[in-house]
Ligand binder design. Structure first.
Ligand code: OGA
Ligand code: MN
Length: 270
């Protein structure tokens, strides 16, 4: 069984299939194709165990270790996650590993504990679709532009008044220069934006900030965004290469817990 239902015309698809087929990789090619086309795929109440999540992940790519772990606990509780502080950065539109040489191909979450009603939804924006719809003047304007992506930029959003030691820790992480437009091997183009984009290289700082803000506002209009309202056991998989994503706000003392696996990047941004 493999039935799909699009959540909206441009982004997000609900997939109904069996756990057995997910683990065997029966529809792995189909899933990989849909992932790029639809940005976000939901497998309702798949209820994967950790082992099953990893088994499925390896049918569509290679599992990427984050801090040596195949599965990360995504939680704001420092008792549960060593990087609870950084996790607050997920409240802002971002690309996972935008500061890495080759950003993750895809990220997947299984919902274990939910935040309150209407809180902690996960949102994925299709930046292929947004790029397609950009007015021609904007396509020309951004064709040759590059942004500098830094950890400082995303961390400032959750800690706008850092100590010097904190700032030095952020700045110790190498920054990356990325084009605003990603020319994919497929020939398609998407936009590279998000919280890590600090400034536009070679452009007046404020003018660059205004452009980044305007493009991000354009790319996150409702027609490009899939918003997932979680049920425990849901499995959400998103393409990390032609999208941005974020968690809708939820309380800092929430017990919300997601188990996350990331796939090795296969294409550098160019
Ligand atoms: C992530 C992430 C969003 C969420 O795990 O990379 O951004 O809704 N998560 O928890
Ligand atoms: Mn993320």
């Amino acid at each position: 069984m493999f039935e799909i239902e699009h959540a909206s015309p441009r982004v997000g698809t609900i997939v109904r299939t069996t756990k057995a087929d997910m683990l065997k990789g029966t529809y792995a090619d189909e899933i990989n194709r849909l992932l790029t086309e639809r940005s976000a795929l939901v497998f309702p109440e798949m209820n994967f165990t950790n082992e099953e999540q990893l088994e499925f992940a390896s049918t569509i790519g290679k599992v990427f270790l984050v801090a040596g772990e195949e599965i990360q606990k995504i939680s704001l509780d420092p008792k549960v996650s060593k990087v609870a502080d950084y996790t607050r950065g997920a409240f802002f539109w971002h690309i996972d590993g935008a500061n890495d040489d080759v950003p993750a191909k895809a990220t997947m979450l299984t919902a274990k504990v939910l935040a309150g009603d209407g809180q902690g939804d996960t949102m994925v924006a299709n930046t292929y679709a947004a790029y397609q719809d950009l007015p021609d003047e904007d396509k020309e304007l951004i064709a040759g532009l590059r942004a500098r992506h830094t950890l400082e930029s995303s961390q400032r959003m959750i800690n706008p008044d850092p100590t010097y030691a904190e700032l030095q820790r952020w700045q110790a992480y190498p920054s990356k220069s990325h084009p605003l437009v990603w020319h994919h091997r497929s020939g398609e183009k998407s936009m590279v934006l998000g919280a890590t984009a600090y400034y536009i290289e070679g452009m007046d700082f404020e003018e660059g900030k205004a452009l980044l803000c305007r493009l991000q506002e354009f790319a996150t209009q409702p027609q490009y965004v899939y918003r997932h309202k979680w049920t425990v056991g849901d499995f959400l998989l998103w393409d990390n290469t032609g999208t941005m994503h974020k968690a809708a706000a939820y309380p800092l003392d929430s017990n919300r817990l997601m188990l996350r696996t990331t796939l090795h990047g296969e294409e550098s941004i160019s």
